[in-house]
Ligand binder design. Sequence first.
Ligand code: ZN
Length: 84
Amino acid sequence: MQKLAATNNQIIDPVCGMTIDPDKTDLFTVFQGDNYYFCAEGCREAFENKPLKYLKRKGWLGRYMDRLAKVNEKSFGCAGPKCH
Ligand SMILES: [Zn+2]
């Protein structure tokens, strides 16, 4: 009964935004106590050179989070949890 849902195990490559299955890659780095996984050695190198550049929620993830925030705004008006 120890069935792990693989879809819950997927992680976004912070450099290019690809979905990564951490069970299937050795390409990861540890930054500020968190593991980050990458699709390719080049992505890992780019991240290690400038990790903060890729942690500012830019690109795919940033757009996704922005969209979520907008949906929240529409649903809840200014009472939503994302409203500053
Ligand atoms: Zn990548």
